[in-house]
Design a binder for this molecule. Structure first.
Ligand code: NAD
Length: 407
């Protein structure tokens, strides 16, 4: 994060004082959460909430439950959220939370107890005006419902806007589930437009067929007529140079939990996905997938980073130098947080939009963000990732200067 920040800050000639402010987390909270487990014993779980920067508005960012959570990781993720919200041009700062636990070894009751205690421990720090959590690794809509309920019990009234990613019935937004994939589709379409590539019939390979990957693939095929030729997931991959039938593949995955074995396509090894002769590559699975080892084999003209951090810095440098147009994660997958912002707006307003309205507003926000980054990249003659950081840092820096020093 700091490496990406420094590169952009140097180009911006950011003054040392603002530089210092923007490279320090505003607030890091560590809490201990004692829980009575199902076997009657008491366990104590460590939880964190980091509000990296709240200059533009309340902190925004998910809560993850994982044995490998550390304060350093949560802080870096909170910083990324700061830049992602600023690029998306929504009035939020960046936050992130995490609890060191292994939810795969816990009962639903234990997870509920842990969620409620963790929220009770940080209750003074969160709220619609302060910090608005959301789902992340191993947390879902039900957990967000418990977050909302616990917070509401503490403040004495129902507060839907304290958290996003809630079930639709209790203040969630229509279109949220599809939002990140929809943004990836828009980013791919706008990239093609900029490069003079016809998106209709353009060939696409997608790594990962979960929320982001499957919806990006489905929308690229159904909305703009791209041809999805290859998909991989945790188990294997499928390839059909004439194009995969995405609705059929979605049905197959519903039953088999993997794309592996899908009829009407050849099997594809994980490592072969990146070497395919396609126009657009969408990494939508895990971090650090495109490395300096496989980057030279990539033939795609455009990479749209659906996942967070799928490209290592040296691979990114190589790709940029070899003319590959990379849409960075903080822009490409920002539609998820933009729709979380829409959820928060609707909750505060108490008036809910149709799915069509959500999608239209998302289209406008995503195009605005894409164009701001593209124009910055052309102005400074830098890659799209550096440009996204320049846009984000200058937005936060401008408001920091305007607000001045409180002392
Ligand atoms: P998900 O769990 O729904 O899907 C992940 C997919 O990756 C699954 O299909 C899984 O089988 C596949 N996968 C796992 N290991 C793989 C491997 N070695 N090779 C190929 N595929 C593999 O997760 P998601 O919500 O789609 O998130 C994917 C990425 O996008 C993550 O980096 C996440 O942080 C990022 N992201 C998600 C959202 C969102 O709204 N869901 C928003 C922003 C960023």
């Amino acid at each position: 994060m700091l490496q990406e920040f420094d590169g952009a800050a140097r180009i911006l000639n950011l003054e040392p004082g603002i530089w210092k402010i923007l490279t320090h987390p505003k607030r890091q909270i560590t809490v201990s959460c004692p829980i009575q487990m199902d076997n009657g014993e008491i366990e104590v779980f460590t939880g964190y909430r980091v509000q990296y920067n709240i200059t533009l508005g309340p902190a925004k960012g998910g809560i993850r439950y994982h044995p490998g959570v550390t304060l350093d990781e949560v802080t870096a993720l909170a910083a990324w959220m700061t830049w992602k919200c600023a690029v998306a041009h929504i009035p939020f700062g960046g936050g992130k939370g995490g609890v060191i636990c292994d939810p795969t070894k816990m009962s639903r009751r234990e997870i509920e107890a842990l969620t409620r205690r963790y929220i009770a421990e940080i209750v003074d720090a969160i709220g619609p005006e302060k910090d608005v959590p959301a789902p992340d690794v191993n947390t879902d809509a039900q957990i967000m419902a418990w977050v909302m309920d616990t917070y509401s019990m503490h403040v004495g009234h129902t507060s839907t806007a304290v958290v996003t990613g809630k079930p639709i019935e209790m203040g969630g937004s229509l279109g949220r589930r599809e939002a990140t994939g929809r943004g990836v589709m828009i980013a791919a379409r706008e990239s093609a437009k900029h490069l003079g590539l016809n998106i209709k019939g353009a060939t696409v390979a997608v790594q990962g067929f979960g929320n982001v990957g499957s919806i990006s693939a489905e929308l690229l095929a159904s909305q703009v007529g791209a041809t999805i030729v290859a998909v991989t997931d945790w188990k294997g991959g499928v390839y059909n140079p004439k194009g995969l039938d995405i609705p059929k593949l979605l049905d197959y995955v519903k039953q088999h939990k993997t794309v592996d074995g899908f009829a009407g396509a050849e099997p594809l090894a994980h490592t072969d996905l990146f070497t395919l002769d396609v126009d657009i590559l969408i990494p939508a699975a895990l971090e650090n997938q495109i490395t300096i080892d496989n980057a030279p084999k990539i033939k795609a003209k455009v990479i749209v980073e659906g996942a967070n951090g799928p490209t290592t810095p040296d691979a990114h440098k190589y790709l940029h130098e070899h003319g590959v147009f990379v849409v960075p994660d903080i822009l490409a997958n920002s539609s998820g947080v933009t729709t979380s912002y829409f959820e928060w707006v609707q909750d505060r307003y108490g008036y809910f939009w149709t799915e069509k309205e959500v999608n239209e507003r998302l289209e406008a926000k995503m195009c605005e963000a894409f164009n701001a980054v593209l124009q910055t990249s052309l102005k400074y003659r830098v890659d799209m990732r550096t440009a996204a950081y320049i846009v984000a840092i200058s937005r936060v820096a401008t408001v920091t200067r305007m607000r001045g020093m409180y002392a």
